[in-house]
Design a protein around this ligand. Structure first.
Ligand SMILES: Cc1cc2nc3c(=O)[nH]c(=O)nc-3n(C[C@H](O)[C@H](O)[C@H](O)COP(=O)(O)OP(=O)(O)OC[C@H]3O[C@@H](n4cnc5c(N)ncnc54)[C@H](O)[C@@H]3O)c2cc1C
Length: 401
């Protein structure tokens, strides 16, 4: 059933990105016969973060042992590959190289390999010569090779999940914006632009709007979603065979971003990105987008200023490289010296939903919060696309009977 509001649902899932769609799908599998609605304010499903990401099936090497990210990303690799196979969505195991371009980077490769081992992921340290042999166009002092990393198309996975929900009898409600939540003893009433949607339980997977939606449910919100733009360039098609593996720099361990990387796509293309620049619009994709409410929220939130102060140099560098294509190119040339300005064409940016606390620290792990009848996914940054199916399984476990 599509676009038709029913009187009352067992479960209403708000937010039809990959996390919400996977949750509705998991509910339809594990609670067959239950009445499920999947709502999104947009015309279709998967148009925000899920439709603007790198398409990487992350192996899960970076994440602290015992974290939800480590556990659910690892499970997500197998779950994503299986789902893609069963549903005709293209995917490929390309492997990934973390390339060290400085002595400190080289020293960190050992730590990263140890972390990979702790998370049960195979990774090999390569010498400079072994790196050159594997990827002749890539330069570095050494690298960490992670064979299990892959690529897919998350928007197609998202669309397929929504289609399966509908096929199982669920109701898809696009163009339905949540505006309020009224939790009563016997039900939760979602106020939406399409009228009231009543449900036994609601799961809120609103991505970058998670703080506003959590506030609607009366949760004590001690964080804000801060938009970090991720800008990309496509590499000219004639040079798409420059590399055969995904090529990443060694990441800064204090930041939740991975650095500008060379990423193959399942349609045969190659792109580079994303950088991480503080944004002034949560859903405004063109450069210089400003949304008055979003900009005011960014400016008023003390955590933003603390992040900015703690990362002045990184922030200034990211901003400069966002404004200057030459600066951006230099980041890529550190590990791929033959790339030129002419090789790069800008493509639409993505915007990360990153929860930041008042003290300016990033919430690194996935985070759920709940009230008696609502469950909120309040932080689902990368690798939440890879991890969406296990996150959904966790949510359904949490909902109980
Ligand atoms: C640049 C970039 C690169 C990334 N690369 C990767 C990667 O390679 N691999 C990986 O695993 N992850 C990656 N990620 C992270 C991944 O894309 C996200 O973690 C994931 O898509 C989050 O899914 P979501 O469903 O939580 O959010 P979204 O996809 O943003 O969906 C949230 C949905 O909620 C809806 N919504 C919000 N408010 C309301 C409301 N009031 N009423 C109704 N609907 C509402 C929105 O319209 C939206 O559709 C990347 C992210 C970015 C931005």
């Amino acid at each position: 059933m599509s676009g038709a509001a029913q009187d009352r649902y067992d479960y209403a899932v708000v937010g039809g990105g990959i996390v919400g769609a996977a949750t509705a799908y998991e509910l339809s599998r594990r609670r067959p016969g239950s009445r499920i609605a999947l709502l999104d304010k947009e015309d279709g499903f998967g148009v925000h973060q899920t439709g603007h990401n790198s398409g990487v099936i992350h192996s899960g090497i970076y994440y602290a042992r015992g974290s939800l990210k480590a556990e659910l990303c690892r499970a997500g690799v197998a779950a994503t590959e299986r789902f893609a196979d069963e549903n005709g969505v293209p995917w490929r195991r390309t492997g990934k190289l973390l390339v060290a371009t400085s002595a400190p980077d080289l020293a960190r490769l050992g730590d990263l390999r140890a972390r990979a081992a702790a998370n049960g992921i195979t990774a090999y340290v390569l010498s400079a010569a072994e790196l050159r042999e594997r990827e002749p166009k890539v330069a570095g002092l050494g690298a960490l090779h992670i064979p299990s990393t892959g690529i897919t198309d998350y928007r197609r996975i998202n669309e397929r999940l929504a289609a399966l929900v509908e096929r199982a009898g669920g109701t898809l409600l696009p163009r339905t914006r949540l505006t309020g939540i009224d939790e009563r003893p016997g039900e939760v009433v979602l106020e939406t632009t399409g009228g009231e949607v009543r449900a036994e339980r609601a799961v809120l997977c609103a991505g970058i709007q998670a703080d506003r939606v959590a506030r609607m449910a009366g949760l004590d919100v001690d964080f804000a979603m801060v938009p970090f733009r991720g800008e990309y360039y496509d590499v000219r098609p004639e040079r798409a065979d420059l590399v055969s593996t995904l090529i990443y720099p060694v990441p800064d361990p204090d930041l939740p971003f991975l650095g500008v990387h060379l990423t193959l796509s399942v349609d045969g293309g190659l792109n580079v990105g994303p950088n991480a620049v503080l944004g002034l619009a949560r859903e405004g994709y063109p450069k210089f987008s400003v949304d008055a409410r979003d900009a005011l929220d960014v400016a008023r939130f003390p955590g933003t200023w603390r992040v900015a102060r703690a990362n002045v140099r990184t922030g200034a560098r990211e901003l400069w490289n966002s404004m200057s294509k030459r600066g951006y190119l230099r980041l890529c040339q550190r590990y791929c010296p033959s790339l030129t300005l002419d090789d790069l064409t800008p493509r639409e940016a993505g915007i990360r939903a990153q929860a930041v606390l008042r003290d300016g620290s990033f919430v690194h792990d996935f985070l759920l919060r709940r009230t008696p009848r609502t469950l909120h996914v309040v932080n689902a940054p990368s690798p939440a696309a890879t991890s969406a199916l296990p996150i959904a399984a966790r949510i359904v476990d949490e909902l109980g009977e």
